[in-house]
Design a protein around this ligand. Structure first.
Ligand code: UFG
Length: 333
């Protein structure tokens, strides 16, 4: 990425994970000084292409405060979280602890250490079924699963903190469906158990899974399957660098959607994966998965206008192609 930016120090929680590692790469390419704080439960050491890594847990307050005091970051980016919607339905407390309580703990540590800028990974799941697609940031927050609720509660804490403390500002980025991989296939999704649609479809094409189940074919959408706004992880990463710039130049606390503004159904994704891989893998129609809203598509005018974000990879085939190249390489990791 091009950079007219001055070097800043950024503390990145969850920087060894899928999204965090792509942001670390973008920040590293801009010459920033990055320190990754990750417990490596779902993250991987090899995914940290720039900066240094501290292996520690956010719940470990003593280490967290110690590292923040030592590193003295200009800003924090907070990716560390549990992110699987169906798991959150089965294990809500895990989500309220890892996502909400640990975010509160991180903010507390930041205030104690005099760190006043935070970029927060939020999610389209905060909207639930409330918004009429494309969903604007002003749509009511009405999550329909504990994952979305845990992130919405974190946003409430952020808002109240910024209201109470003049020296604390944040940008909350509500991600839609993040997919794809590094253009050079160095990093990408590497969860032990894949739950995301594109990854599971690719694993089925690769022969790692027998068949792909389509969860629900009776939704109120044109082909009966759920619609999602798939955004390439590198475009998403680019928005974090812009958010950092925005806060550094005095921008007020804000919330932005991060998606392309149009969606694809599960069936459309399946067709695209078959086309790109050239493999006609098996698909079965299954029942609905709990906690799935029928359609999540972003209105992205605000982030384009305020942060100057530009989608550069708005192409489902490109998203799948980069994810496929990464998936083929993943066996060697
Ligand atoms: N799906 C299938 N079969 C599968 C996997 C998924 O049919 O094997 C369907 C799901 O039911 C859903 C769609 O594909 O309708 C997308 O599911 P994903 O699991 O890929 O993603 P989600 O939309 O559930 O959630 C993702 C992130 C969340 C984020 C949300 C925002 O995991 O963190 O996108 O839109 F909040």
């Amino acid at each position: 990425m091009e950079g007219g930016y001055s070097q800043v120090k950024i503390f990145v929680t969850g920087g060894a994970g899928y999204i965090g590692s792509h942001v670390v790469k973008a920040l590293g390419e801009q010459g920033h000084d990055v320190l990754v704080y990750d417990n490596l439960v779902t993250g991987n050491r090899w995914a940290v292409l720039y900066g240094s890594l501290v292996e520690a847990d956010l719940a470990d307050r003593k280490t967290l405060v110690e590292i923040l005091r030592q590193f003295k970051p200009d800003a924090v980016m907070h990716f560390a979280a549990s992110i699987v919607v169906p798991e959150s339905v089965a294990h809500p407390v895990k989500y309220y602890f890892n996502n909400t309580a640990c975010t509160a703990g991180l903010i507390k540590a930041m205030l104690e250490c005099g760190v006043g800028k935070l970029i927060f990974s939020s999610t389209a799941a905060v909207y639930g079924t409330s918004g009429v697609p494309p969903i604007k940031e002003t749509a009511p927050l009405a999550p329909i699963n504990p994952y979305g609720t845990s992130k919405m509660m974190s946003e409430v804490i952020l808002k109240d903190t910024a209201l109470a403390h003049d020296d604390f500002r944040y940008v909350s980025l509500r991600y839609f469906n993040v997919a794809g991989a590094d253009g050079q296939a160095r990093i990408g999704q590497a969860y032990k158990e894949a739950t995301h649609l594109i990854t599971r479809a690719l694993k089925t094409a690769k022969g790692e899974m027998e068949r792909l189940d389509i969860y629900g074919t009776d939704y109120p959408t044109p082909d009966g399957t759920c619609i999602r706004d798939y955004i390439h992880v590198e475009d998403l990463a680019g928005a974090h660098a812009l958010a950092l710039d925005y806060l550094a130049s005095g921008g007020a606390s804000e919330v932005f959607n991060l998606g392309y503004g149009h969606g694809f159904s599960v069936r459309e994704v399946v067709s695209a994966v078959r086309k790109i891989t050239g493999i006609g893998f098996s698909v079965a129609e299954a029942g609905r998965r709990e906690g799935d809203p029928p359609e999540l598509v972003a209105a992205n005018e605000k982030i384009k206008a305020v942060l100057g974000w530009k989608p550069l990879r708005d192409d489902l085939d490109h998203i799948i192609r980069t994810a496929w190249r990464w998936e083929m390489k993943l066996g060697g990791k």
